[in-house]
Ligand binder design. Structure first.
Ligand code: R5P
Length: 312
């Protein structure tokens, strides 16, 4: 591992340290600060010439700052002659803007992919992309890990009988099916309508949930509208207990108030792909770490070994 170097921006230092702990290496030294007018200032404080470099930076809130820090760090590493630069993006922000679904809107996920490539990234390591097809926005290798294994280990420990895995929208069916298969559980799907970026409405529930213990699975929770609406609808349909397993806790806007007032939802399990700030901590939220998953993937990428078993 002597040719490897791991750097972190300011987005999630703790996750970077935990990954280093798994790999038994120390975090490499870089200064990522601000000039007085707010521009990002980066200085790589050690020699990276010829090294296999990984930069850990989820592009989580504030997304424009975290993304820009990542781009500038990659540029600095490229100019310092790193031999390969992997952008490790545990949460890939802007992923929901992945298609032109209205007139005169951008495809920002594609723009971000272009920016990462132009800055000098040689490959991308990420997890539970909002849509798997975003891999095709890149012409460099992309490894999209799944958090499902981490969640299944946790849920299986206290697995209730009569479990039903619920997708909160039709776009999440593939993910929900993977959970249902591994938990030997039934599957249900919610047909939801999005009225605005902050407000959704449940139209129908497809599948049997009455008297069952429901686990809603999703790639991300932002304002909490989708999750809370789904939990209320499941309660109305007489589900016995309701919990949620959501890969990325973006947790923005009114989400904490919504979690507070939603009696239907007992527990929200998220990963540490995004740091959980003190103000966002809530008794219903349980955080599982994906540091070992990323550490193992980084080790295998560095050793030119297959990472495919991590996708099982
Ligand atoms: C939708 O396609 C996503 O998978 C999430 O369900 C959604 O983006 C969550 O957003 P919010 O928490 O604001 O409803």
């Amino acid at each position: 591992m002597d040719r490897i170097a791991l750097f972190s921006g300011n987005a999630h230092l703790q996750l970077a340290k935990d990954i280093c702990k798994y790999l038994k290496i120390s975090l490499s030294d870089a200064t990522v600060s601000r000039f007085s007018e707010g521009e990002i200032r980066v200085k790589i404080n050690e020699n990276v010439r010829g090294k296999d470099v990984f930069v850990i930076q989820p592009t989580c809130p504030p997304p424009n700052d975290t993304l820009m820090e990542l781009l500038i760090m990659i540029d600095a590493l490229k100019r310092a002659s790193a031999s390969r630069i992997t952008a490790v993006i545990p949460y890939f922000g802007y992923a929901r803007q992945d298609r032109k679904d209205q007139p005169r809107v951008p495809i920002t996920a594609k723009l971000v992919a272009n920016l990462l490539t132009v800055s000098g990234a040689s490959r991308i390591l990420t997890m539970d992309l909002h849509a798997g097809q975003i891999q095709g926005f890149f012409d460099i290798p992309v490894d999209n890990l799944f958090a499902v294994g981490v969640f299944i280990d946790y849920i299986s420990k206290n697995k209730p009988k009569d479990l039903v895995v619920v997708s909160p929208d039709v776009g999440g069916i593939k993910m929900a099916r993977a959970y249902a298969k591994r938990l030997s559980a039934d599957l249900a799907i919610i047909d939801k309508r999005r009225d605005s970026p902050e407000k959704t409405e449940v139209m129908h529930i497809l599948g049997e949930v009455r008297g069952k213990n429901a686990v809603i699975v999703d790639d991300l929770i932002s304002t909490g509208s989708s999750l809370v609406e789904a939990a209320e609808a499941l309660k109305k349909a007489k589900a016995k207990t309701i919990q949620a397993a959501v890969s990325h806790g973006v947790l923005s806007g009114p989400v904490i108030g919504r979690l507070d007032s939603c009696e239907a939802l007992e527990k929200l399990i998220i990963t540490d792909s995004i740091p959980l700030s003190k103000e966002k901590q809530h008794p219903k939220i349980k955080v599982l770490s994906v540091a070992n998953l990323f550490g193992e993937a980084i080790k295998r990428i560095h050793n030119e070994e297959s990472v495919s078993s991590l996708f099982d």
